[in-house]
Design a binder for this molecule. Structure first.
Ligand SMILES: Nc1ncnc2c1ncn2[C@@H]1O[C@H](COP(=O)(O)OP(=O)(O)OP(=O)(O)O)[C@@H](O)[C@H]1O
Ligand SMILES: [Mg+2]
Length: 180
């Protein structure tokens, strides 16, 4: 087994992470477009290649692409790879998808609440306005749960539909109450 994985390279050299140090928490931070997602993809691929099981909660669907080899590499990327001495060899990582529908992947049982508004919006292919309504519904469910109300439990789609109906019916009243 390799002692380290390569995360990237620059003119200063290859940047690697010692596997024995990889059992710590990590944070990938940076402005938009600086390579956070690509770094995460590379980490997942390299861990998998080194025989480490990787479980990724891929809420935004950023990582699924590692299951297929990359498109033909653009010439500039090949040139850059040569420049920093890191050849590009497109490959597919072994990926098992967990699927909340149980249709296209390994079935996983969960509740609407556990999925949260972001993943739920993605599954429902929501518009930004609908995602906003879902976020409000989840917030309301949280408030209700804290107050001990049974309606706050979002177990299945029936519960979600009920709370969304409530939000739709009472939206105007709450809006005037909160001074929106
Ligand atoms: N290590 C790298 N080497 C060369 N190019 C890279 C590297 N990492 C990222 N890039 C380039 O930068 C682009 C943006 O990277 P990425 O999508 O990872 O950024 P991000 O930080 O996740 O952005 P956002 O905040 O918008 O999600 C990639 O599409 C790729 O072209
Ligand atoms: Mg990103």
């Amino acid at each position: 087994m390799a002692a380290s994985i390569d995360i990237g390279a620059s003119p200063e050299g290859v940047q690697s992470l010692a596997l024995k140090r990889a059992n710590r928490h990590g944070l990938i931070a940076g402005a938009t477009g600086t390579g956070k997602t690509v770094t995460l993809q590379v980490l997942a691929e390299q861990f998998a290649a080194a025989g480490v099981n990787v479980f990724a909660a891929d809420i935004k669907g950023d990582l699924s692409g590692i299951a297929v080899p990359g498109e033909p590499t653009p010439a500039w990327a090949t040139a850059r790879a040569e420049e920093i001495g890191m050849p590009i060899t497109p490959g597919a990582a072994a990926v098992t998808f967990w699927d909340v529908y149980g249709e296209l992947g390994h079935p996983i049982r969960t509740t609407v609440w556990e999925m949260g508004p972001v993943l739920m919006s993605r599954i429902l292919d929501s518009t930004p306005a609908q995602e906003g309504a879902l976020t409000i519904a989840f917030r309301l469910a949280d408030d209700w749960s804290k107050e001990g109300k049974a309606e706050g439990a979002l177990l299945d789609l029936k519960d979600l539909r009920a709370i969304l109906n409530y939000v739709a019916e009472n939206g105007e009243r709450s809006a005037s109450n909160t001074g929106w």
